[in-house]
Ligand binder design. Structure first.
Ligand SMILES: Nc1ncnc2c1ncn2[C@@H]1O[C@H](COP(=O)(O)OP(=O)(O)O)[C@@H](O)[C@H]1O
Ligand SMILES: [Mg+2]
Length: 267
């Protein structure tokens, strides 16, 4: 379903894709708390990446400690291009991904191989690398992707990542842009709530209460009404408990943001 609002973020994603398509690779990292709409924006980006070869990794918390797990997922569909990568890099990547004989770990060669491989694939069509839940990237995959992000400026390769983590204090990776996702604009939050309650409308006072609790978080605007019974929707009964849980998550994230120095908060 079409997104509500987020036109500025969508424009940035579209611009990054357009630049990348023209051979000036760009990387964007979307950041924000759970439910704020990171995955939805990644999907929007994929939907706009006409003609791109899309490579995706969805990181899992359970695999955050497994070296190269995410990179293996990401590159698996294009490993048939590996023979076009310089031999020493190829061997390092095969070893890292446990596809070849174990070798002394050479991370630099493996990262260079990942970059070379993206470059090879990008000779056929522009490439879009999508990494969701990047807060759970295993360390070598994260390093590999940052390594690549710094070096795609002259390649038709775009990278879009989403993470719950706040931006690091100093970000000076050329070509890598941080996009902090805040709450939906009030009018957009109202529109999304109206959409999510079309079949089971809320009494106006209840709608206002839900808008207040949700604080512009799309997941809350979709899920809170779904958890409500007829009496709650009509304002005859107090709102159920999970609503408060959602609020607690949003509140915890806000407190983290508030501990940051001003300039970092604004990023
Ligand atoms: N701008 C939006 N318009 C409409 N629905 C949205 C929007 N952003 C997020 N959603 C919906 O809200 C829910 C949570 O969004 P999601 O992208 O999964 O959040 P995140 O990945 O940040 O945890 C999903 O059901 C998603 O479709
Ligand atoms: Mg998500």
């Amino acid at each position: 379903m079409a997104l509500v609002g987020r036109s500025a973020e969508i424009a940035r994603i579209a611009a990054a894709l357009e630049e990348s398509r023209r051979g000036r690779g760009r990387a964007l990292v979307l950041r924000g708390p759970p439910g704020i709409g990171k995955t939805a924006l990644l999907e929007e980006g994929i939907g706009r990446a006409d003609g791109f070869r899309v490579l995706r990794a969805r990181c899992q918390e359970t695999e955050a400690g497994l070296p190269f797990a995410a990179l293996a997922d990401l590159l698996r569909p294009v490993l048939d291009h590996l023979p076009a990568v310089p031999a020493p890099q190829q061997a390092a990547l095969r070893a890292a991904l446990a596809l070849g004989p174990p070798a002394a770990p050479d991370r630099f060669a493996a990262y260079a191989a990942a970059l070379s491989l993206l470059g090879v694939v990008a000779t056929d069509s522009p490439v879009l690398v999508v990494v969701d839940d990047a807060q759970w990237l295993d360390a070598p995959s994260r390093e590999a992707l940052v390594f690549c992000a710094r070096r795609i400026e002259d390649e038709p390769v775009a990278m879009l990542a989403a993470s719950r983590e706040l931006a690091p204090e100093r970000v000076d990776v050329p070509g890598l842009t941080e996009v902090e996702l805040g709450p939906l604009e009030p009018a957009d939050a109202e529109a999304l709530l109206a959409r999510s309650t079309r079949d089971a409308p809320l009494a106006p006072t209840v709608a206002r209460e839900v808008l207040g609790l949700a604080e512009g978080n799309p997941l809350a605007l979709v899920e809170l009404p779904a958890a409500m019974g007829a009496d709650e929707r009509a304002g005859r009964a107090p709102l159920p408990q999970p609503l408060r849980a959602g609020e607690a998550i949003a509140g915890a994230y806000r407190r983290r943001v508030e501990t940051l120095p001003g300039p970092a908060r604004l990023r």
